[in-house]
Design a protein around this ligand. Structure first.
Ligand SMILES: [Ca+2]
Ligand SMILES: [Ca+2]
Length: 142
């Protein structure tokens, strides 16, 4: 019965839609196709934690100026809220999660391709993604 309904639906659709060739615009869109991006706040929290661990080369649970990337150097003092010259895990998470929330325009705890694109246009910081900080890159510490 279910199959019948599906077949009938497909036939109805086929009857309605006129056959058409993909135009140039459509072909370009296909060629430039980027899979939709979606990152949950929870996933991002893990990414942020793993990046902290990776950047903290000397394992002292804080990031000093020489441990943060070139790109983050100008933001160092902003991230180091208590101005003690080092970024604690809490300061790091608070700042990174605030960046996430700033990009999550509709506040659904997910940053999507559209929101990311908007952030790029506004030249906001590129958020690290799970692909950049996969869960298996950091060996457990003793
Ligand atoms: Ca450190
Ligand atoms: Ca600090």
């Amino acid at each position: 019965m279910r199959v019948m309904v599906v077949v009938a639906g497909a036939l109805a659709l086929a009857a309605c839609s006129k056959p058409k060739e993909p135009d140039a615009q459509e072909q370009a869109a296909l060629a430039n196709f980027v899979p939709p991006f979606e990152m949950s706040r929870l996933d991002f929290g893990g990414v942020v934690e793993r990046r902290f661990r990776r950047l903290d080369v000397n394992n002292d649970d804080k990031l000093t100026r020489n441990e943060v990337s070139q790109r983050l150097q100008p933001r160092f003092d902003e991230i180091d809220r208590n101005k003690d010259g080092a970024i604690s895990n809490e300061e790091w998470s608070a700042w990174m999660m605030a960046r996430f929330d700033a990009q999550d325009i509709n506040h659904d705890a997910t940053v999507t391709s559209d929101e990311r694109e908007r952030a790029h246009e506004q030249q906001q910081l590129d958020l690290p993604t799970p692909a950049e900080e996969p869960a298996n890159t950091v060996a457990p510490r003793n």
